[in-house]
Design a protein around this ligand. Structure first.
Ligand SMILES: [Zn+2]
Length: 371
């Protein structure tokens, strides 16, 4: 009721046609006045600490309209035996292992729920706290949706192969060929959750001229899940996984394949921007590809718990030379339009799934269907 009164104030016509018009109302934040949306953002770091969501809203300011919001599914263990008083805060600080930290999903959900409705619409919270080698991973995702209906839009960023990270995680190493991962994507497809996957295209320091280690496996995975919407983070590049020879050609092959038209790419991470703007030639090749497939790329910052707007938007400004070479249409889509299309569609589908799978979903004071 409270919502109806507020809506009537903002849209006086609603007082006359409340029910008929509700369906036509923009339920998603309009981002016309902003410069960009961020499809890849970590509110917390590898030791689960980060920026308060209200402070982050100030950092977004009038520049960033909407943000795909997640923590990090991995916790860096502080092993006193290994590191003594030197508490590690990053996976490269120590040899101690990482482990899956499911509580991150509750943390993100509660941060989101602490905001008033009009600020919530600027975020698309994502579920990350599952172990992708576990056949029960999909059940965790379902349980999070049931516990926090009305909150999440997708899953990820989660990682399968990532340079020094994969081998450091306690338990079995993740694989693109694991049936547990198929269950995750089956479920994401069924619900309509958008998925952000980090998977290095190649192993670190691969032999010059050898084919990228994971290209065939990842294409096969994408093919098996044609009804899932998948964003391949960083276009498969990584910290020390240099763009394989002809990286743009590899990406273009995926873009041209009609069986893979559910696959998108984000250009997030300063490590990726570094390669793309490294030479005028690299920037031109990338711009040329994006201009020909403008619907398939999204900007993302991949910043982790930033403390100022300057730090937060570093990658956005780093891409200056790329923005200069993109068509007007491509700039708009990569910075804002593709985010809105993909995440709005996912929001609608997930809310719809919740209506039939979570008792009382969406209503005031709804209770999760805990079985
Ligand atoms: Zn990543």
């Amino acid at each position: 009721m409270k919502e109806r009164v507020l809506a009537s104030k903002r849209f006086p016509l609603l007082a006359f046609f409340p029910v008929a018009l509700l369906g036509c109302l923009p339920s998603n934040a309009q981002t016309n006045g902003y410069e960009l949306n961020d499809s890849h953002f970590h509110l917390t770091n590898y030791v689960q600490e980060g920026t308060k969501i209200r402070d982050f809203l100030n950092i977004m300011g009038d520049k960033v309209g909407r943000v795909a919001l997640f923590g990090i599914p991995l916790q860096q263990q502080w092993s006193y035996r290994v590191d003594g008083d030197n508490a590690p805060t990053y996976y490269l600080n120590t040899d101690a292992p990482l482990y899956y930290y499911s509580f991150t999903d509750a943390w993100i959900a509660m941060a989101y729920k602490s905001l008033p409705k009009e600020q919530q619409t600027r975020f698309d919270p994502m579920i990350t706290g599952f172990n992708p080698t576990d056949m029960y991973a999909a059940d965790h995702i379902r349980r999070v949706l049931q516990t926090f209906p009305g909150v999440f839009t997708g899953i990820g960023e989660f990682s399968i192969h990532k340079e020094f990270v994969s081998a450091k995680i306690s338990g079995e190493v993740a694989s693109l060929q694991d049936p547990a991962l198929d269950r995750v994507f089956d479920f994401a497809g069924e619900v309509g959750l958008v998925s952000i996957l980090h998977n290095d295209l190649d192993v670190p320091f691969s032999k010059e001229g050898s084919p990228p280690a994971y290209l065939d496996q990842i294409k096969a995975l994408f093919r098996r899940h044609s009804n899932a919407t998948i964003i391949w983070a960083h276009t498969g590049m990584g910290r020390i996984v240099r763009p394989v020879e002809n990286h743009a050609a590899t990406v273009e092959e995926i873009l041209r394949d009609p069986a893979l038209n559910h696959v998108y790419f984000d250009i997030s991470w300063d490590e990726v921007a570094k390669y793309i703007v490294s030479t005028p030639e690299a920037t031109r090749i990338t711009a040329d590809l994006i201009n020909r497939f403008p619907d398939r790329f999204l900007f993302g910052s991949d910043e982790v718990a930033p403390t100022t707007q300057e730090k937060y938007l570093k990658v956005f400004y780093q891409y200056g030379p790329l923005w200069d070479l993109l068509s007007k249409d491509a700039v708009q889509k990569v910075r804002k339009g593709n985010y809105e299309r993909i995440f709005d569609q996912a929001r609608l589908k997930v809310r719809d799934w919740e209506k039939t799978h979570v008792s009382g979903a969406g209503g005031e004071g709804s209770k999760p269907d805990v079985r």
